[in-house]
Design a protein around this ligand. Structure first.
Ligand SMILES: CC(C)(COP(=O)(O)OP(=O)(O)OC[C@H]1O[C@@H](n2cnc3c(N)ncnc32)[C@H](O)[C@@H]1OP(=O)(O)O)[C@@H](O)C(=O)NCCC(=O)NCCS
Length: 255
């Protein structure tokens, strides 16, 4: 079994893999602010977990001064995370971040101010959070998802999605544009009309009346909206009813 890599080694590898401009680990170690912030966070987190919260805070406030990246020492961050450029990144106390996550400058993983306890987001594995995005509240960003630059995300993000905008909305899911997915919301009134239309169609068939072709439940809205077509339908229906009535009358007279 291979030796387990330390979180710091994983962070170095992540920076090398994710930054096309990165040349080698040596350069990353000594010059990358995002790497430095995470490296120092690993120590701050250790002190925090071992009851030395003051030392932990000293380290994290020093990190903020040096890199412009503010990570609360309690935040749980897995190995293999890369903060690119980094300036202006804020990571709150109850944030949890999975492995292989990419975070750009200006990202806030914060609270909305409305929650207590767990009040910051959980970011699952392989997520990308683009420049300036704000992910707020105790929400979950599912694995393999992307948050677009400048988005403000306030609700859970399903795995394998792309979220953009303010407020953030899913525009892609499993690599398919959400517009292309059938997103019809349930409409009980329309459903009831559809049910009634079906019943009418059965009655029309039983009475041998020309059936209704146009309705608001039909796909072709242009057809459904055509007044002339609807008038024609009504005339046909009236004629059909008159015919049936005449037949019944003549039957009655025959008896
Ligand atoms: C979201 C992002 C990661 C692209 O993800 P993707 O899954 O490949 O999504 P697409 O590019 O196919 O875009 C999907 C839709 O969202 C729109 N969109 C993409 N990013 C957006 C953003 N930040 N804000 C608003 N809309 C956005 C696209 O125009 C597209 O809309 P359309 O389908 O109507 O054409 C990318 O657009 C982004 O924001 N990158 C920023 C990376 C960054 O921070 N770089 C900083 C380097 S210093």
């Amino acid at each position: 079994m291979g030796k387990k890599k330390s979180k710091i080694a994983m962070d170095l590898q992540a920076a090398l893999d994710k930054d096309p401009a990165a040349r080698n680990k040596f350069e990353i170690f000594f010059t990358y602010g995002g790497f430095k912030a995470l490296y120092r966070h690993r120590f701050a987190h250790w002190f925090y977990n071992h009851g030395m919260k003051y030392f932990a805070k000293l380290i994290s406030s020093g990190t903020r001064r040096k890199t412009g990246i503010d990570i609360h020492p309690a935040a749980k961050i897995a190995g293999g995370v890369f903060i690119d450029h980094g300036v202006g990144v804020v990571i709150g106390e109850t944030v949890e971040i999975g492995t292989n996550v990419l975070i750009y400058q200006g990202v806030t993983l914060g609270g909305t101010g409305k929650d207590t306890g767990k009040r910051h987001p959980t970011i699952e594995d392989n997520v990308m959070i683009s420049a300036g995005a704000k992910v707020l509240g105790p929400i979950v960003v599912g694995h393999n998802s992307k948050i677009g630059a400048g988005s403000v995300v306030l609700k859970d993000v399903p795995p394998n999605s792309t979220v953009v905008g303010v407020p953030g909305r899913v525009v892609k899911y499993n690599d398919i544009r959400v517009d292309d997915i059938d997103q019809k919301l349930p409409d009980p009134i329309l459903e009831e009309f559809a049910r009634l239309n079906k019943r009418i169609a059965v009655l029309e068939e039983a009475l041998n009346i020309k059936s209704c072709k146009y309705s608001i439940t039909m796909q072709n809205e242009a057809q459904a909206k055509s007044d002339n077509a609807i008038e024609e339908e009504i005339r046909d229906l009236a004629e059909g009813i008159k015919e049936q009535k005449d037949k019944l009358n003549s039957g009655e007279k025959g008896n």
